[in-house]
Ligand binder design. Structure first.
Ligand code: ATP
Length: 457
């Protein structure tokens, strides 16, 4: 569209723009440029008029050139151009047609993307570096885990291990939470072995297993003749034994209320008295505790001191139940099979159907229960191949939702059993309660309520 009589007006408009705009004819001769254009190439804008873009490219002003591409393709084209000043320009060329519809001019405009391109290069380098470090870290971690005999294939377990490794670097009090048999003691030992205290002792105290009357003597030790029946030479307590190492208070939720204040004191002060002793003893331990109890409820029920809870719970680590991390089950099965084959000097193979049942079982006793089942299977199976017949009855049940347990007597029980199985399957598939609610066409609070009812949350 040619309007020579309005060209001056167009020129005014062109110069008022703060962008790099360049107009050529189809042969690549520059007809118009904005003032900004000259600045970009370090020349006077006016001096560009009448020049050929081919010549300018040959002189190294910019490359590649746009006009021939737009003419050839006969459409709008965008690409990155490099200037004589090393700048990167995102250049767009637009074909302009005359009244006969013939291609007549090429108008181009550009944006300086030098910084963007630099950021992009920087990002690519960073991404490559991160990928390399992550691969190395994964390799290192898997070796560490292999050496420690820990399976952590699931994302949840990988996160637990990452936290444990962070915890191993500092002496902060850690509280490991999780159902019985999920691996709390194993993790505590792993943290100790990775820490700077690894050469020191790892003293495990099962707070639920020490008789009440012996608790103080066991934990704090006693002086000779401290009480009737005491050993003549006295006794060093477990806390003193943990000096320069890690003190692991397992089942801390079982610690009777009347002992809690003494434990709190030694955790705070790292100083204590033996029973019958008058000299304070200083001790240097790193504290890890563990429980399968809900300590917050215990606090509400006045069975656990809140101040002790805050002391213990500086960094909490929760190990999820085995049933929610099915990716760990098969590797665990293989690890255990190998261990028991070695222990009993037998060679065994698992039938596919057995693995299927093991994968879909509830594992209320978590890894410990899986260990027991695997040992039992290796011992009792008469042939090399372990089949479903050798599974204990509760593991043989068909777990598909269409086949509810026939142990349920009433219709209500059958319906509840089916509902529970559907929830278990949905959880496996959708992972979150929000996802489950969406898939099952109900609300998330309703899913949570039902899962609580069936104790599968
Ligand atoms: N991720 C795992 N990989 C390999 N073995 C595991 C794993 N988790 C647990 N185990 C094994 O399972 C068994 C039970 O683990 P552990 O005693 O640590 O559980 P826990 O949570 O401390 O149990 P509790 O609450 O009853 O004390 C141990 O033999 C442990 O080695």
């Amino acid at each position: 569209m040619s309007h020579p009589n309005t060209w001056n007006e167009n020129e005014q408009i062109l110069h008022s723009l703060k962008d790099d705009i360049l107009v050529t004819n189809v042969d690549g001769i520059i007809l118009k440029v904005s003032e900004v254009t000259g600045k970009i190439y370090g020349v006077d804008s006016e001096s560009l008029i009448g020049k050929s873009v081919y010549d300018l490219e040959a002189q190294g002003l910019f490359t590649p050139i746009l006009t021939p591409m737009v003419v050839k393709e006969n459409k709008k084209i965008t690409f990155v151009q490099t200037t004589n000043k090393g700048k990167k320009l995102l250049v767009t060329g637009i074909p302009v047609y005359n009244e006969k519809g013939e291609l007549y001019r090429v108008v181009s405009y550009s944006h300086d993307i030098t910084e963007l391109a630099e950021y992009k290069d920087f990002l690519i380098t960073m991404e490559e570096e991160m990928h390399r470090v992550k691969t190395e870290l994964d390799l290192l971690r898997s070796k560490q885990l292999h050496d420690a005999g820990i399976i952590a294939n699931s994302e949840d377990m990988k996160k637990v291990i990452a936290t444990a490794l962070q915890l191993s670097e500092v002496d902060v009090n850690a509280l490991i939470l999780g159902e019985s048999g999920v691996g709390k003691s194993l993790l505590a030992k792993f943290i100790h072995n990775k820490s700077h205290r690894s050469k020191g002792p790892f003293i495990e105290v099962n707070c639920g297993a020490i008789p009440d009357s012996l608790f103080e003597a066991e934990l704090f030790g006693y002086e000779p003749g401290a009480f009737t029946g005491a050993h003549q030479k006295g006794k060093v307590g477990l806390i003193e034994l943990s000096n320069k190492g890690t003190l692991f208070l397992d089942e801390i939720g079982e610690l009777p209320l009347h002992h809690q204040v003494k434990v709190l004191k030694v955790i705070q002060e790292k100083q204590f008295y033996r029973v019958g002793g008058t000299k304070p003893i200083n001790v240097d331990f790193r504290l890890i505790s563990a429980t399968n109890k809900d300590l917050k409820s215990a606090i509400q029920e006045k069975k656990f001191r809140e101040d002790l809870y805050f002391r213990l719970n500086v960094v909490p680590v929760t190990i999820p139940p085995l049933r929610t991390r099915t990716e760990d089950i098969v590797p665990l099965i293989h690890l255990l099979l190998e261990q028991f084959e070695k222990k009993y000097n037998r060679s065994k193979k698992l039938d596919e159907a057995v693995i299927h049942h093991l994968l879909h079982y509830e594992w209320r006793g978590n890894v410990r229960e899986l260990i027991n089942i695997m040992e039992r299977l290796v011992v009792i199976s008469p042939s090399t191949l372990i089949t479903v017949d050798q599974l204990p009855d509760h593991l043989k049940e068909d777990l598909s939702p269409s086949a509810p347990s026939l142990n349920a007597q009433t219709l209500k029980e059958i319906v509840e059993e089916t509902e529970k199985q559907v929830l278990l399957k949905a959880r496996k598939k959708y992972k979150t309660t929000v996802g489950m609610a969406k898939a099952l066409g109900t609300s998330q609070p309703s899913i949570v309520r039902k899962m609580k009812k069936y104790q599968i949350i």
